[in-house]
Write a protein that binds this ligand. Structure first.
Ligand SMILES: Cc1cc2nc3c(=O)[nH]c(=O)nc-3n(C[C@H](O)[C@H](O)[C@H](O)COP(=O)(O)OP(=O)(O)OC[C@H]3O[C@@H](n4cnc5c(N)ncnc54)[C@H](O)[C@@H]3O)c2cc1C
Ligand code: FES
Ligand code: FES
Length: 1363
């Protein structure tokens, strides 16, 4: 490679030409877009391929076919050097505010599908790609305004993208509105047609199927010459075009001194195996034709190693030369591959890359497992030596070195072996399995498997003989997928019966054993039995039916069995056909009294969020000399920090310094968080007190260099002389390590518990429940940008829920007056409480670094650091005792709670109060509550959406469920009998209860039963459960009560010369729609000044960013009431302006009939009227608390073989008072509910034994996706009575609906009871089927364990014992 031909990298972004001659080959497309182009719409959410925030469209031109190929990619993993000759389209490329938005942007906005907006650009691009590709299909042209896309495809298009705010339903509706087969009646609330109006496509922003956006500019076609090398200062990128060239390149490069060579195809492997070191040579395999071919003949299909998984799926689905069986067999493989990763990963991830990762790194691959069962072969080459191996041999050889190239994979065709005897018929069975937290992919499986069997039947006998069987298992905590030869041999040639199956499973369990260290080993083991049972048992049952009916009863006539018997209840199969979600109802009433308040208008800025023009903190362009910071955090809970070093003796690449406690300026304090209750240091000062504590901040020229250096830092710890850390609440109790609870947060006792308990008819004594933590998972991680300003000032842009407090902490840390610190927040990409206190240390560290280096510094925490350092919801240990009557009426309840609060006070001392207020939702008779807030050596836990309330509400339901189980009563009647009367409500809630008319809960509780056909469905579920062995259903109805308090805040409304209005409020727009409600309120507040129409008046109003020096006393955006207090503040401002302007208007009225707004303002200027009004809103503290009510019914179905749950339907009724904006409130209700589903079902925030968070990314932390939310989510917003003491009679909606997600948990419990009943009958034992605890979150392993890890064996044994 001596005569290198240097080339330039040429590609296009949104039609514009980019040419690079000197680029670091490790640069990702996302990094490039965000730092070197004006396009900041594409967001960084995880950096590991798991969230979809960074999705863009990649277009490639094929000069032979003269076609442009378009597909999505995750730009966070795609390397820029791999894009020569490609074109990238980001959401900005679809349209924008200047040239006009794309109908996708407009429909996302109009269907209320964007809240914080951080996921929206990625969602839009995922959907755009599906839309574009559907138009290329041969389907008939759709009616005008629609596309060729189907509803099912529209939903699937966004199934890989995460959204933490909306709950997905509105996003799905926006996408479905383009589908040609959509019934517009099925689409949810939007601002294109009003209630009762005809739902006509012409009212939607027009989509012209014919007017395509050009995603591939003409000029690029000229620039696609084959080029081989890009050499930058230190690193090179090669594009060899033949295997020979590759070999010689490898030979020369690998022998170079210090060479670090990386072979690369899609580079998605770095999503899992993070690159912590630099490579100096990148060799892309993508341009070698031999590696990208697909060859197909009657013997099978050979797929080149660089073929992407998407392309492989496409090829496997095409009908080839193989027989009928092979065609279906390949389609089955394709269907499984369709669940590998996500669509935007599969589009670049290669088959070869997957297998090499499985071989070399023991990656839990799906592809290795399924191909192993099919006797696939691989071709590899090392030097000049080529070898054909079975996949099994390949997996078993020592890990491939960097010289070994995987060339191709061959999957053989399979046809049944004809048996010469006319007595028998042979058939081929093939099935693949994966049990994963998300049914449609984007989650690694707990176990995967593939089974291939030749079976035959003797016509004269009634049975099936397993001629041969191939069984492979993988991903269960093993080095690589394995073939279970011993079981294969055991089964081969045998007559299949229950006994044989039982013995095979027993044998299998002994062989397929998870390695040490993997999570949930017994669960994974149990899946082994489930899968084989699922594969073979229908054959035992079906017997000769399969053969005498020919191919009947099998999918497409092919004897590949359906994995579940199809029956009338098969909702899952139904949703597969129809799409993921079923049509849902949203019932909202619009109150026009305070127009435009009360209108469901779309969220302010939703379009620019969709088009990527909305500016978040990390989107603010960096000044030239800007630096970037990354935290080095402790991994020990309690230790002296003796030193911090980097692995190499020289400073890592790009690093300028390390900021620590020593760099806090003289006069400043080591303070990172402050609240009225306590404070937390910014950096550990010689002693680290919890794993995750900031030890220092590495500052480097780029975020990547800072992150890499921080990850490579080595900390020297010493624990000598230190006591053991306090890691559990029990340790804390032993050492009396508690935080003081302020008097107002101390729980108040109701009645005389001791007396009532003594007199109780029945008693539960001392039951323990544990609740774990939950991580915020806002899509935008913590981020700050700090800029030193003149005269020793600091300007800090922070993604924070409280600029005022952030300003205080920074000033205190830097030892400067607060007026030297300006904290600005425009919008936050999701907060959920995590950007209240927890944003402060990030902003403060950034400011310290900027101050010390006197240069702008920014920090954008990577997802891992964010998850490790930020804390989350409070874990707690609960113990309760209850006394009750035979009719289920509870008369006494005592609850003792130990909260694991972590190292500092933060919000924790308030928790006893928030737990108490939700726990009191039922009338317990006498209630005694004791809460201890334990100080432990963990990251401080903080407020997370409904903090304490969600736990309190859950405890209440746990008690109710327990009492019902004790009395063997229907849980619903126990709930009913314990609901408050208004009298008991007043006793429990004193201030918040209000007047009797306000107590809407009993009527809501009844109403939701009617609207959801609760009683009828109970009967249907009973029937379902009696007909189904392996799936059980449960239903549950729960109430929620949530007390909120309206707080003080500031506001200012100013009218400018041209009549446009600028509004400042203390509240921060975090996606909750605060700006929208405030705008509506300003329009209403100033309406007395409007003579003529109000058309367009809303557009005159702009709410601007929170600026701690412009508007003081802004307060905290938290507690669900910030929108209403901000509205109350601006209303006061409007009242002042109306008072000042009314005389001007009256004077003008004498001269003209109507006074236009512009004339009024012009005159006011001339008359020196003060057109800016500001206020500090202080609610009436005697009546600032009120109760929110809601109720939900959820129905679930659990799979007893895997523990998977499907939420079939949820019906919610929520009282919003007189909603300020029903669309915004609906979004809050659905979004909060789905976040609650995450807490109750999916999200495991795990730590190691040192308390270090180990659920540190999208691989292990699973928030809900569109395939895990209720299939049907009906929501009704109740407009309850007017109330003068609430802001225009409105109520809060941000947090309370999260509590209703417990209905899903309770429904799962009901389904498990049914499963356990059945298990007991199989085991022939009595026992209780309802006395168990269902953990939170109720994940698949948890559910399966309760249904019986050995339920398959128990069933088979029961069959055997009856034979
Ligand atoms: C978010 C996400 C989710 C995923 N989920 C799943 C899942 O559910 N199931 C599953 O099975 N997989 C999953 N994967 C893995 C995915 O399939 C692989 O990352 C991908 O196939 C690797 O292909 P690539 O082209 O990107 O490889 P690269 O990242 O380019 O390379 C990976 C490694 O293989 C080497 N390599 C690549 N090709 C060759 C070759 N031909 N010869 C020799 N060495 C080679 C590279 O040097 C590198 O070390 C997931 C990946 C991501 C990012
Ligand atoms: S940022 Fe790329 S997928 Fe999350
Ligand atoms: S709107 Fe989807 S993450 Fe906020």
């Amino acid at each position: 490679m001596e005569d290198k031909e240097q080339w330039k990298l040429v590609f296009a972004v949104n039609g514009g030409r980019f040419e690079l001659s000197n680029v670091d080959p490790s640069t990702t497309l996302l990094e490039f877009l965000r730092t070197q182009t004006p396009y900041k719409g594409t967001k960084l959410g995880c950096g590991e391929g798991g969230c979809g925030a960074c999705v863009v469209l990649l277009s490639k031109y094929d000069p032979v076919l003269e076609q442009v190929e378009e597909f999505t990619v995750s730009s966070c993993l795609t390397l820029i050097c791999s894009l020569n000759g490609c074109s990238i389209t980001t959401t900005e490329g679809l349209g924008n505010s200047k040239s006009g938005f794309h109908p996708i942007h407009q429909r996302f906005a109009g269907f209320h599908a964007s809240q914080c907006g951080y996921c929206t650009p990625g969602m839009c691009m995922s959907f755009f790609s599906a839309l574009l590709n559907s138009e290329k299909s041969q389907r008939p042209d759709p009616p005008p305004g629609f596309s060729k896309l189907t509803v099912a495809e529209a939903e699937k298009a966004i199934a890989s993208n995460l959204c933490r705010c909306t709950g997905y339903r509105p996003i799905a509706d926006a996408c479905k509105s383009f589908a040609s087969d959509v019934d517009l009646e099925d689409l949810g609330l939007n601002c294109f047609w009003k209630n009762g109006e005809s739902k006509d496509v012409s009212k939607l922003p027009f989509y012209d199927q014919k007017s395509e956006i050009s995603t591939f500019p003409e000029f690029l076609k000229e620039e696609m010459k084959p080029k081989t090398l890009l050499d930058s200062e230190e690193c090179s990128w090669y594009n060899p075009v033949s295997i020979e060239e590759l070999q010689s390149l490898l030979e020369s490069k690998l022998t170079e001194n210090g060479a670090r060579v990386k072979l690369v195809v899609g580079n998605t492997g770095t999503g899992y195996y993070k690159e912590l070191e630099h490579f100096n040579t990148y060799i892309s395999l993508k341009h070698i034709p031999d590696l990208s071919m697909i060859r197909r003949d009657s013997s099978g299909i050979e797929i080149g190693a660089t073929v992407t998984i998407s392309k492989a799926i496409q090829a496997l689905r095409e009908d080839g030369e193989g027989g009928f069986h092979s065609t279906i067999f390949f389609k089955k493989i394709a269907d499984h591959m369709d669940k590998v990763a996500t669509v935007f990963i599969r589009n670049t991830a290669s088959l070869g890359g997957n297998l090499v990762m499985a071989q070399r790194n023991h990656f839990p691959s799906d592809i290795a497992t399924i191909l192993l069962a099919t006797d696939s072969l691989v071709d590899i080459q090392k030097g000049c030596r080529r070898q054909k191996l079975t996949l099994e041999e390949f997996l078993e050889m020592p890990p491939c070195d960097s010289e070994t190239i995987l060339l191709s994979v061959t999957i053989p065709s399979w046809e049944p072996v004809e048996n010469s005897s006319s007595e028998t018929k042979t058939q081929l069975l093939f099935e693949t399995y994966r049990a994963a937290p998300r049914p449609l992919g984007n989650a690694l499986p707990y176990l995967n498997a593939a089974f291939l069997a030749q079976i035959s039947s003797c016509i004269s006998s009634d049975g099936v003989v397993l001629e041969s069987v191939q069984l492979s298992f993988g991903a269960y905590g093993t080095k690589h997928a394995i073939r279970v030869r011993k079981v294969e041999e055991f089964l081969a040639g045998k007559f299949l019966n229950v006994g044989l199956l039982f013995e095979a499973i027993k044998l299998l369990r002994e062989i397929v054993v998870p390695d040490k260290g993997i999570s949930h080993p017994p669960y994974r083991s149990s899946l082994v039995a489930s899968f084989l049972f699922d594969f073979l048992h229908p054959l035992v049952e079906a017997r000769t039916g399969i053969f005498s009916d020919g191919l009947n009863g099998y999918i497409n006539g092919f004897p590949v069995k359906a994995s579940r018997p199809v029956n009338e209840f098969d909702q899952f199969d139904q949703t597969k056909r129809l799409g993921i979600l079923s049509p849902a109802k949203q019932l909202v009433k619009v109150n026009r009294e305070f127009h435009p308040v009360g209108e469901p208008i779309k969220k302010t800025g939703a379009e620019i969020q969709a088009s990527g023009e909305a500016v978040y903190v990390d989107d603010i362009p960096s000044p030239k000399d800007c630096l970037h910071g990354a935290f080095i955090y402790s991994t020990k809970p309690l230790a002296h920090v003796k030193g911090i070093k980097f692995k190499s003796t020289v400073l890592p690449r790009g690093v300028l310094g390390v900021i620590s406690v020593k760099d806090i300026p003289a006069g400043g304090k080591n303070i990172g968080i402050t609240s009225s209750l306590g404070y937390e240091p910014l950096f550990a000062d010689g002693l680290t007190e919890f794993a995750g504590q900031a030890l220092a901040l590495v500052v480097a020229d780029t975020q990547k260099h800072a992150d890499m250096a921080a990850a490579n830092a080595v900390v020297d710890y010493d624990t000598e002389g230190l006591e053991a850390p306090i890691l559990t609440v029990e340790d804390a109790v032993e050492k009396s390590s508690f935080f003081t609870i302020p008097p107002f947060a101390k729980p108040k006792q109701v009645g005389d518990f001791a007396k009532e308990m003594a007199e109780a008819e029945h008693k539960i004594l001392s039951e323990e429940v544990n609740l774990e933590s939950q991580y915020y998972f806002y899509m935008e991680t913590q981020t700050t940008f700090a800029m030193p300003d003149e005269d020793n000032c600091m300007v800090v842009y922070s993604s924070s829920q409280c600029s005022e407090d952030t300003q205080m902490v920074i000033a205190s840390c830097l030892g400067m007056p607060e007026h030297n610190v300006r904290v600005i927040t425009r919008r936050v990409g999701g907060g959920f409480g995590g950007k209240a206190y927890r944003a402060m240390p990030v902003a403060t560290a950034c400011a310290v670094a900027a101050h010390k280096l006197n240069r702008p510094v920014r920090i954008y925490l990577n997802r891992r650091t964010d998850m490790i350092m930020t804390g989350g919801r409070h874990p707690m240990k609960i113990n309760y005792s209850a006394g009750f009557k035979s009719n289920g009426k509870i008369t006494a309840l005592r609850v003792d709670i130990l909260i694991n609060a972590g190292i500092s006070e933060d919000f924790s001392p308030i928790m006893p109060h928030t737990i108490e207020r939700a726990l009191k939702k039922y009338d317990w008779g006498a209630l005694s509550l004791d809460v201890k807030v334990c100080k432990t050596n963990h990251t401080s836990k903080s407020a997370m959406r409904a903090p304490g309330d969600v736990q309190g509400s859950y405890i209440a339901e746990a008690v109710i469920e327990h009492v019902a189980s004790y009395l063997s009563m229907e849980v619903d009647s126990v709930r009913n009998i314990n609901l408050h009367s208004f009298e008991s409500l007043k006793l429990y809630y004193e201030k918040g209860a209000g007047e009797s008319l306000e107590y809407t809960l009993p009527s809501i509780f009844d109403k939701v039963a009617v609207s959801s056909s609760f009683q009828q469905r109970i009967a249907e579920i009973r029937h379902f459960n009696s007909c189904n062995k392996w799936r059980k259903r449960g239903i549950s109805r729960v109430p929620a009560v949530y007390e909120v308090a309206v707080r003080t805040t500031a506001g200012r409304v100013s009218i400018l010369n041209d009549g446009s209005i600028v509004v400042e409020v203390g509240g921060i727009e975090i996606g909750q729609g605060l700006w929208t409600k405030v705008k509506q309120m300003v329009a209403f507040g100033l309406s007395p000044l409007l003579c003529s129409g109000r058309e367009g008046f809303l557009e005159k109003i702009r709410v601007v960013q929170a600026d701690s020096l412009s508007l003081v006393q802004g307060g905290l955006t938290a507690g669900s009431t910030t929108s209403e207090s901000s509205c109350a503040a601006v209303r006061e401002c409007c009242d002042m302006l109306v008072e000042r302007l009314t005389p001007v208007k009256e004077r003008l009225r004498k001269q003209m009939d109507t006074v236009s707004w512009d004339v009024l303002i012009l005159q006011a200027h001339l008359q020196y009227v003060n057109l800016s009004a500001s206020t500090f809103y202080v609610p009436d503290f005697t009546s600032n608390q009120y109760l929110n009510y809601g109720a939900a019914v959820s129905e679930v179905e659990i799979d007893l073989l895997t523990g998977a749950t499907t939420i079939l339907q949820t019906d919610i009724i929520y009282d919003c008072g007189q909603s300020l904006n029903p669309a915004v409130d609906l979004g809050q209700i659905e979004g909060a509910f789905v976040q609650g589903i995450g807490f109750f079902m999916l999200e495991e925030n795990l730590t190691n034994s040192d308390g270090l968070v180990v659920s540190e990314g999208t691989w292990t932390y699973k928030i809900p996706t569109i395939d895990t939310i209720p299939k049907r989510l009906n929501v009704e917003i109740l407009n309850s009575e007017h109330h003068e003491k609430r802001v225009l009679s409105s109520k809060a909606s941000g947090e309370p609906p999260l509590l209703l997600a417990v209905s899903v948990h309770c429904a799962i419990r009901a389904a498990i009871i049914e499963a356990r009943k059945q298990l007991l009958s199989w085991k022939g034992s009595d026992g209780s089927c309802s006395s168990f605890q269902l953990k939170v979150p109720a994940t698949m392993p948890v559910i399966k364990e309760l249904c019986g890890l050995d339920n398959v064996e128990s069933y088979l044994q029961s069959l055997l014992s009856h034979q």
